[in-house]
Design a protein around this ligand. Sequence first.
Ligand code: SF4
Length: 464
Amino acid sequence: MTSPRKLHVKSFGCQMNVYDSFRMADTLAPEGFAETERPEDADLVILNTCHIREKATDKVYSELGYLRLLKEQAAAEGRRFTVAVAGCVAQAEGREIIRRAKTVDLVVGPQSYHRLPDLIARAEAGERVIDTEFPAEDKFDVLKSPRREATRKRGVSAFVTVQEGCDKFCTFCVVPYTRGVEVSRPVEKIFAEVARLADAGVREVTLIGQNVNAYHGEGADGRPWTLGRLLHRIAEVPGIARLRYTTSHPCDMDGSLIAAHRDLPALMPLLHLPVQSGSDRILAAMNRRHTRADYLAIIAQARATRPDIAFTSDFIVGFPGESEDDFGATLSLVDEVGYSSAYTFKFSARPGTPAADLGDQVPEDVKSERLQRLQRTIDRHYARFRARCVGRTFDVLFERKGRYPGQLAGRSPYLLPVQVMAPASMIGEIAPVTITEVSANSLFGVLAADGVGSRPRALAQAGA
Ligand code: SF4
């Protein structure tokens, strides 16, 4: 019997890439590829890339430098070592990658992953292959479903792609060019995938899409369903106790989705709603299609519907033309909403996007200074949010063993990590936990049922 070939997939960027990486591994498993965590042990390495930020692209090229060394070593040992670049950098810069990086055997765009077995066979036969088409066939019909054993290893929380692509064309973003137009998967196919995940022990599902709340997949009645309706259907899957979704655009927050936060106990009270800027002038320049007032009205409506809901967001500082007043409007929006946390980025011009050609670019030192000020403001709100958790009791989904013997790590409804002393048999269970203390990034608590402590006493006393 021949031993399986080894596959290492490295993901950069968003959850959609993590999901795609799992599907690639699932699709290559029947071809005899077993996953390995070490590229040094692999016969095939796939870099699943992200093109959103300049840094992410740079990381890919630096990774390729290391893979070149591994390829040289494999050649010296008479072994084949195949390197593939997938994801959004592959889609946007496929030919440039093949020209610049001789190490790369295969470039494959996000819409062609179902063709991987054939593409890899061609690359292994010596061809340098590029497939960055937007094929007519639906890749989700061909990509392999999550494997039961692999799913078990991946844990009790899983992502499921329900939508891909974007029609919004924000002026700074590459997604509409790299992932194409909005496409939604049919409701019953998503239901079947979630049911398989639940069967393998998954308790929490995050529905993902570049613009997930623009979801409009076909329902059992042959009509397009909203994300709110889809969530109701998925909540019927036995075993699924928690639902989340990301990433949403404010313009697509419709009534059915907001109402789902009130009507579905499984839908967690946390909404990631990127706003990017608090200034109407900059929002218009970004082509975000809404104003600050529109955004605040959605926040107010969500709060009125689900009073315990918390919000997170994405911000870009230093968009071309951003004045100190515009930036001040962003800071005041952060204070007005009181986010539980947020991601912050400096504007980086992505080639091919309208914002890359705008005049009035903000100097790098100004961007850096604004980023620090924004981060401090967000950190202040994050610290307050965590401090308010002390003394409260949350349902925690236990995901894995914690750092110390006898400790488990889980997540609160607000996605904050929670550490509790609890038996390993509780992994996969949801239990109420009373929060007793907070650290910079975690909450510590006791099982509400029996008052078992969050940390071994000696460690707590030592301030560990
Ligand atoms: S809505 Fe999101 S994915 Fe679509 S163009 Fe804007 S930033 Fe990019």
